[in-house]
Design a protein around this ligand. Structure first.
Ligand code: AMP
Ligand code: MG
Length: 429
């Protein structure tokens, strides 16, 4: 058996970041920047008022209350047209350009108008710089606003627009083909004949692909037939950046997926038994001259999804330019015993993780742990990493990979870090 960390290294070592393309800001949310963005100018570009009030020379208010003559009104978008002489003030709106001679703004709430608005009584002493936003306060010209590989959030798109940018260069979004294989899979429009089942893997994997922000391409369902599998794989190679198949990779299988992929990959496919449960059988290689990675996921529905989570999703995120490839892994505490048998594998148990009032994350199984029991996965919000042995007792600490959160930058551990901490990098006996 291959340790999980090693299998993941092989996969990530074989995929490449996709090329970049310019997109408009409309299309940029969630994309990964392929460029470092340098500020072309100061933000804000000029000194302006932070409040509706009066632009003043702060020294004129030192004996407050002080009465100043109101010589002009400056609206947002306008510029002052007369100088601000000593003993005078200008009515100024939030965001309006400061007169050069003014060094403070007195908010309107700290003033009283006098004599038909021609004069203002300033009630408090203004300090120089008060309620003024200075040029470059937010972003300085020449500053690196963010680096390549940054995920474009709505606020970052706002930053780009404030710098006058209308386009940004981002990594392409992987187009991911999904194929189900197996003679037992019934056509969804047909009644369910004896011995047949409905295809759950393809819809679930297509949904995972979409939910992860990639473009899903439905390659359909094929029977255990060499020509049909070959045709579907060639179609996938021609129109996709990666292909996910499920079924036909375990040891006892009719070997047709293997035959086809061995041929299309020029012998590069690796047929692995990974030291995990579920998702132990896993095949990986590249087709189309090494351009298109193929993930041969196990057929059991839970295995297919878990295989996607630990192998395909991180690789596809890498292709999309992400630095954070895994779901966040958190430390948690078993709320009940998490029993298992010693079998040389890391178990990825389907669990529900809930935050307690004291902040700890408590873990309970979400249902029966069997690789055909999709419902327990459907109820789960995390996969608990339960190391080889007899399992964990209530109260013991463990690591959980959250399935309902995107990888983030909040300092959660990566799966690799967690595996390292658990010292299960090397092959168990
Ligand atoms: P296989 O890896 O092809 O030997 O399949 C292992 C198990 O997963 C068998 O019980 C299959 O019937 C089941 N299976 C394979 N593909 C699918 C699928 N697309 N949807 C639901 N079950 C599947
Ligand atoms: Mg099969």
């Amino acid at each position: 058996m291959v340790p999980l960390a090693q299998a993941r290294r092989e996969v990530l070592g074989a995929v490449r970041v996709l090329p970049a393309e310019p997109v408009t800001l409309d299309e940029a949310v969630g994309r990964v920047s392929a460029q470092t963005v340098t500020a072309s100018g100061d933000i804000p570009p000029f000194a302006n008022s932070a409040m509706d009030g009066y632009a003043v020379r702060a020294s004129d208010t030192s004996g407050a209350p002080a009465v100043l003559e109101v010589v002009a009104e400056i609206m947002a978008g306008d510029v002052p047209r007369v100088p601000l002489g000593p003993g005078t003030a200008m009515r100024i709106m939030t965001g309006a350009s400061m007169p050069e001679e003014a060094d403070a703004v007195v908010p309107v709430e700290q003033t009283e108008v006098e004599k038909g608005r021609e004069r203002v009584r300033v009630l408090t002493v203004a300090q120089p710089g008060e309620f003024v936003r200075f040029p470059g306060d937010d972003i300085r010209a020449g500053e690196e606003v963010f680096y390549a590989s940054t995920v474009l959030t709505p606020a970052r798109i706002g930053v780009l627009s404030s710098l006058g940018m209308t386009e940004v260069v981002v990594h392409k979004v992987p187009r991911v083909g999904v194929l189900s294989t197996g003679d037992e899979l019934a056509d969804p429009t047909e009644p369910l004949f004896p011995g047949k089942i409905r295809d759950s893997n393809r819809p679930a994997l297509l949904a995972l692909v979409r939910q992860s922000g990639f473009t899903a391409v439905d390659l359909g369902t094929v029977g255990d037939d060499e020509d049909a599998i070959g045709a579907a794989m060639r179609l996938g190679a021609s129109c996709c950046d990666a292909v996910l198949t499920s079924g036909g990779v375990s040891v006892g299988d009719v070997d047709l997926v293997k035959v086809v992929l061995d041929e299309l990959s020029g012998g590069s496919m690796r047929w692995m038994q990974v030291a995990i449960k579920p998702a132990k059988p896993f095949a990986f290689g590249t087709i189309a001259d090494g351009r298109v990675p193929v993930f041969g996921l196990a057929g059991n529905p839970v295995s297919a999804v878990v295989g996607f989570e630990v192998f395909a999703r991180p690789a596809l995120r890498m292709m999309a330019g992400h630095l954070q490839r895994d779901r966040p892994v958190l430390r948690a505490v078993a709320a009940t015993d998490l029993r298992r048998r010693r079998d040389g594998k890391l178990h990825l148990m389907r669990v529900v993780v809930r935050q307690q009032d004291d902040g700890t994350m408590s873990v309970v199984p979400s249902g029966v742990q069997a690789s055909h029991m999709l419902n327990a996965l459907a109820e789960a919000n995390a996969l608990a990493l339960v190391p080889d042995g007899e399992g964990l007792r209530a109260g013991q600490r463990l690591e959980v990979m959250m399935l309902d959160s995107q990888a983030d930058e909040s300092g959660a551990r990566s799966l690799d870090d967690a595996l390292e901490a658990m010292k299960i990098l090397e092959a168990p006996a």
